[in-house]
Design a protein around this ligand. Sequence first.
Ligand code: XMP
Length: 520
Amino acid sequence: MNNMPHQKLLIIDFGSQVTQLIARRLRELNVFCEIHPYQVITAQFITELKPLAIILSGGPASVLNNDAPRPPEIIFELNIPILGICYGQQVMMKMLGGEVEQGQGTAEFGKALLTQKNGYLNLLDGWFESEHEQVWMSHGDHVSKIPSSFEAFGSSPNAPFAIIADRSRNFFAVQFHPEVHHTPNGIRLYENFVKLAGFTGDWTMSSYQENTIQKLRNEIGDNKVICGLSGGVDSSVTALLLHKAIGDQLTCVFVDQGLLRKHEADDVIKMFRQHYNMQLVHAKEDELFLNALKGQSDPEKKRKIIGKLFIDVFQKYANKIDGVKFLAQGTLYPDVIESVSFSGGPSVTIKSHHNVGGLPEKMGLKLVEPLRELFKDEVRSLGHELGLPDVFIGRHPFPGPGLAIRCPGEITRPKLNILRNADAIYIDQIRKHGLYDEIWQAFVVILPVRTVGVMGDNRTYDYACTLRAVTSVDGMTADYYPFSHNFLSETATRIINEVEGINRVTYDITSKPPGTIEWE
Ligand code: XMP
């Protein structure tokens, strides 16, 4: 990873909730950055990485504690620009001869207005065009004295040293968080910072594509690669990138476990075979999965059965391809960032998520993960560059266990068919109303209850279903989507009229937490 030719910025993470946002802002400026936790940063690490600039993130610790986290001293001797944010500012001050005080009664959380002080500072180009700049603060401690080489360039009533700099060394430090939306002009600070550090904006998707293709060719040589293709954006982009790099040395395996949505298998297979002429195995294994799931209604048991079978099936098809040395996975950057945990301790398993973890070791394969450096929206723009159609790029996430976790209780083929039909209408409605891209995920759940209804002059006794739609940034928390009553009643009418087997539609208005997005 460190041999990539692009310019790099190092973010040393002290555990702020918003460190990833710093990376997002920088990537928007076409600057490549890597986030690493402070624990792994050594002098040697930095020498090998060769960053053009360093940012010290915020974090929950207090520099006043004896064991407060610190970056290595060497960062101040590299002759490169440094920007400290919040805790990053305080730790810089502590190490460079300033002072930090505990914020007794002066803690600042939320919006603050800054006033400019002293003369010109290149970091602040485009700032203070009106009298005040709005910023977002979140700190308890604050800097109370700065070393003589530093000057203050902006202050708030509670933070006299809100913006400080040592102009001769290009060291900058701010008390607030320029990366959050509540600092509306924050992006300008990052833009100025990377400019003065000499970044040329060489991180673009087309350069990434070229470099990665070259790197994949070198890494893989004339070996063969297999890739599990689900039709989701991550696995699709992984497959397309590899296909472009190594052509027929790549075989994709699409496992149809009988738990896919209406027309899903056909759409995915057709798209990849016709448009890309790719070697693609369509593993039709619905019998295997649905037989194993017969009579099972416990959510965790269902997940375990599916997870295990998926690996068995994948392995079975992979074994049929001679000379496979690599397994490709669509791992993204947020999955590989080692997060800084101050609380420690294992978290409770809410659901056993389904993935192909453990497969590479079991099969003696090496992993290739061409998207490991990318955020989700970068994967989407790479997909765009690779010609992946918009309907694939913008797709809502679909879980590995598929419709099994949208069918509480026992899974049967008739129930799955009813669910598929209702889901297709619901998504069609969402698309027709132009809401698809506003929603993180939307789907129907078929409930394990039947209810009495009346259609025409006849009594009905059919399944009830519920509609789920949420907004979210990362799936970790979510709010239910506020559809209009018109939308809901129109959709309910269509489902009841068009889907045989459903006579009642409800809408799930649970957020996450306390609910989860899926029902199981
Ligand atoms: P929950 O239901 O845990 O879901 O709130 C959060 C997000 O994860 C998806 N999900 C999965 N994705 N394998 C996956 O690849 C799984 O086993 C799995 N379970 C849930 C879910 O659809 C939502 O986007």
